[in-house]
Design a protein around this ligand. Structure first.
Ligand code: ADP
Ligand code: CIR
Length: 359
């Protein structure tokens, strides 16, 4: 059974969310009294309970989502909470819907010519996906030993990346100088330090042990190790050549998956710590300057209509600087990887057309 102390904290959390009129998270919306009462006594085999799922969103009332899954089983054990959140985040993905088979779009990269051949609007393009190593739970359930073992496993994978463009080195966070770390973050290559959403989810234990980054010489192919997810595989470069960025990502993903089995769920696809990343796990983004249309009050609703998400210049929960926005596909579940990239591609193409008309 779940400790009385934990149940009391769950009830306090529910009351705090209900009282917070400025909180608009999916957690607040879908954690009803009935859901609390039916889930508060449950736990997974690894011991994860409802408090572990909701504590980040309770501590951070400005969360957009507000929940994390401590282990894969949590998506089932706490489905009365996860399912409606998943449905609302991923454009109506219903509980009886199933993630389609993986299609990274290998044969279709040629159908994504440069979105901005004159280099007028797009600073850079990035596509990332997440992967979880089979046999390991997510951050809150990992031991220090797990972290070190996982890091060893992925370092061994990196040693097998011999493809010219992708070849690179692994840099552990433990021992990296502050200067290098700060510069990598500033240049958009490395995950940030001290993410309060992850910290409150108990996802930063033993930091910086077992965390690090692999990248090639040009920093166009990068892999984050043990930040939010076990692996974040990233391809990025200056300009708007989405096809080239996707082609490189596909090469990287295929090389890595030859070396390691990943956790995949029959219904939810590739498994991730945050339900917003399930399915394809793909976020394809551009850093783009659209001075005319981004100044309009309806800019956000135009992007919503195109199924696009707007972020700031330093990623999620950051602000725009110099009129540059991070624009990406929002949904990652219920469509293929290629379709997720194409959603960003078509949407951004449309935004550029609107900007041109406004000039
Ligand atoms: P993620 O995309 O991995 O979920 P963030 O939103 O925090 O997480 O972004 C991670 C980093 O990637 C940030 O530094 C962000 O500025 C950078 N980034 C995202 N998209 C692009 C892009 N198109 N060009 C350059 N950097 C980008
Ligand atoms: C939030 O709810 O705003 C944070 N917990 C982040 C949610 C989605 N982002 C992510 O997975 N990186």
């Amino acid at each position: 059974a779940v400790d009385a102390e934990v149940i009391a904290k769950i009830d306090d959390g529910y009351n705090k969310l209900q009282a917070a009129s400025d909180c608009h998270s999916l957690l607040k919306k879908h954690l009803t009294r009935d859901v609390v009462d039916s889930l508060k006594d449950r736990k997974t085999k690894l011991g994860a309970n409802l408090l572990d799922v909701i504590q980040s969103g309770v501590a951070n009332l400005d969360s957009g989502v507000g929940v994390y899954a401590p282990d894969a089983e949590s998506y089932t054990t706490f489905k009365e909470l996860f399912d409606p959140i998943i449905e609302e985040y991923h454009n109506g993905f219903k509980p009886d819907q199933v993630q389609p088979a993986t299609d990274l779009g290998e044969s279709k990269v040629g159908e994504l010519p440069d979105l901005d051949p004159e280099g007028k609007y797009i600073n850079s393009t990035r596509i990332r996906c997440g992967r979880s190593l089979a046999g390991f739970p997510f951050n809150p359930c990992l031991t220090e030993e797990n972290y070190l073992e996982m890091e060893k496993t992925v370092r061994n994978i990196f040693d097998h990346i011999k493809e010219g463009e992708l070849e690179g080195n692994y840099y552990p966070l433990d021992g990296m100088t502050k200067e290098i770390q700060t510069q990598l973050i500033k240049d958009h290559f490395l995950f940030k330090e001290g993410d309060r959403f992850l910290q409150a989810a108990n996802a930063c234990r033993f930091w910086p042990k077992g965390r690090g980054i692999f990248h090639n010489k040009d920093k166009t192919f990068l892999v984050w190790v043990n930040e939010e997810d076990h692996l974040r595989i990233i391809s990025m470069q200056n300009g708007g050549n989405v096809g080239q960025v996707l082609g490189r990502l596909i090469k990287g993903v295929k090389t890595i998956q030859e070396q390691a089995p990943f956790s995949r769920h029959e219904r939810l696809g590739w498994l991730t710590f945050c339900p917003s990343n399930l399915g394809t796990t793909v976020r394809a983004s551009v850093h783009i300057r659209l001075p005319k249309i981004s100044a309009r009050p309806e800019f956000k609703s135009i992007c919503d209509g195109l199924k696009l998400q707007i972020r700031g210049i330093h990623g999620e929960h950051s602000e725009s600087e110099g009129g540059v926005y991070d624009i990406s596909n929002k949904a990652r579940l219920g469509l293929t990887e290629y379709e997720a990239v194409k959603q960003m591609y078509d949407g951004v193409k449309h935004l550029i057309d609107l900007e041109k008309k406004a000039e």
